[in-house]
Design a protein around this ligand. Structure first.
Ligand SMILES: *Cc1c(COP(=O)(O)O)cnc(C)c1O
Length: 370
């Protein structure tokens, strides 16, 4: 270890996008391990984006550092797609280089310098803990129940503990990755009664699939923030665009702590284009949801495989032991399907119908051959 580095970084495991990648990257593999949409942007939209680059983006100039046009488009989309009647204003939006950047800004704004710790219930999205550790922020980890809900007794003990660094942020995913379950009424009620000196961060990365959102709460809760991304349903993972929705006071702080030109001009243009053409892009969602239900029904029929219903574009499944589960992941990779082994189970992204057919056929051949 280099002697000038912080000693705690030696213990940190970096995020590995494809930990299971064996040998050379192979484009023929079905990539069902990162929950992206299986469909690229339609070619005519790529052409529009190329036109924008050619005629409207000055490569020698810094991009719009305020993200004005993009924030207006996002606020309109969030308002229109909300399941309750809400009116979201551009002043309630902050845009990040992926929602990962926003997670880091939230950590900087709340916990840095020994001021607080974060609470996560595992298994969940790994970036909260990884980013906290890069900043030297302690992570309180609690368990989940059999149905993957937060263990509220442990959660309560963690937020009321007086012995450790106080919890300043509770991170939850709605619906959770990798397990696919949305927050229950009981969990939401627990989050609502948290005191105003604890920030509640609700990651709705899979909102377009689940159609469940807590965005209506933002109007009357100064300690809530909702995170969304263009990386999943909007097919823009390559462009790295995420956004936060919160009251203007919190948004102003996120704007203060971020890097000045955090979002490249092409990414801003791509996100705006996706919103303009949202009806077309989101047309694939009903098909993906039908495919998820078909996969769920078929996987449920297989011997020994356990799984839970999912509100997102992936399914979480596992075998009796972790060793068997990880071995199934390995066997599938040999057969040409990449899925993610995480939290002791397998997270299988819903792909195209052909990819899903191959996944089913490969999993059932493995389970029936033993
Ligand atoms: C995929 C995902 C994201 C997206 O992160 P980006 O940095 O916007 O690509 C955020 N949160 C969760 C829970 C996810 O699964």
């Amino acid at each position: 270890m280099l002697p000038f580095l912080r000693s705690d970084l030696a213990q940190l495991n970096a995020y590995t996008p494809h930990p299971e990648a064996e040998g050379e990257p192979n484009l023929a593999v079905d990539r069902l391990d990162t929950n992206e949409c299986p469909y690229d942007l339609p070619v005519e939209l790529k052409q529009k984006l190329a036109w924008t680059y050619q005629h409207q983006i000055e490569a020698n100039r810094y991009p719009d550092g305020e993200h004005d046009a993009l924030k207006r488009a996002i606020a309109a989309y969030v308002t229109e797609s909300a399941t309750d009647s809400v009116q979201i204003d551009p002043r309630q939006i902050s845009v990040g280089n992926g929602s990962d950047e926003l997670i880091r800004s939230l950590l900087i704004a709340t916990c840095l310098g020994g001021q607080g710790s974060i609470l996560v219930a595992e298994p969940t999205f790994s970036m909260y803990a990884i980013l906290a550790q890069t900043l030297g922020i302690p992570v309180a980890r609690i368990r989940r129940t059999e149905a993957f809900a937060l263990d509220l007794r442990e959660a309560e003990a963690a937020v009321s503990s007086s012995t450790s660094t106080p919890v300043r942020v509770v991170f939850v995913v709605h619906p959770n990755s990798p397990t696919g379950n949305p927050l229950t009424r009981t969990e939401i009620d627990w989050l609502k009664q948290l005191p105003p000196n604890i920030l509640v961060a609700i990651d709705e990365a899979y909102f377009e699939f689940s159609q469940q959102t807590l965005v209506a709460e933002i109007a009357h809760r100064s300690n809530w923030v909702i995170l969304r991304t263009f990386s999943k349903a909007f097919r823009l993972a390559a462009h790295r665009v995420g956004y936060a929705i919160a009251q203007p006071t919190l948004i102003q702080v996120l704007e203060k702590v971020r890097l000045p030109y955090n979002l490249p001009a092409m990414s801003q243009a791509a996100a705006q284009l996706a919103l303009t053409h949202r009806a077309q892009l989101l047309q694939s969602i009903p098909e993906l949801m039908r495919e998820r239900d078909r996969m769920y029904a078929a996987l449920s029929q297989l011997p020994r495989l356990q799984l839970r219903p999912s509100a997102a574009n992936f399914i979480y499944a596992w075998l009796e032991t972790e060793a068997e589960t990880e071995n199934l992941r390995h066997q599938l990779r040999q057969l040409g399907t990449s899925i993610r082994f995480t939290g002791g189970g397998l997270r299988i992204t819903i792909g195209t119908p052909a990819e899903n057919d191959r996944t089913l056929q490969r999993i059932s051949s493995q389970l029936q051959s033993v």
